[in-house]
Design a protein around this ligand. Sequence first.
Ligand SMILES: [Zn+2]
Length: 119
Amino acid sequence: MEQAELIEALANLDDSDFYAVLGEVFKLRSPDKYQNDLIRSHYVICKASSTPVDGENGEEWGPWKLVVYAFPDDREYDHPWGDLGFTCQSGVCMTCGVNLMSVAKHAICSVCSSKAGLS
Ligand SMILES: [Zn+2]
């Protein structure tokens, strides 16, 4: 598959399939070629967003906020999560402190792999 075809295929996935595909790819690919005792790293799905605020010159864009996507904790549910696209749950990982979003209240932090309770 050519790169342009791959980009088009990924761009046309719905959010649920996009998250699932990236999640599987990220299990196989590391951002650091040479993992060693000095660094540990992995990719995560992260959303950067900003909202309008009242500024000195009228409406301006506020600061950027990063929120990491957390996959549902399958151990907590007796049904598969078919649609991963509607991320209505949010919170902070109590272990590593990153902001999280998920479709599920019981999720796994994509940064540190801790269980996370979201609301
Ligand atoms: Zn965490």
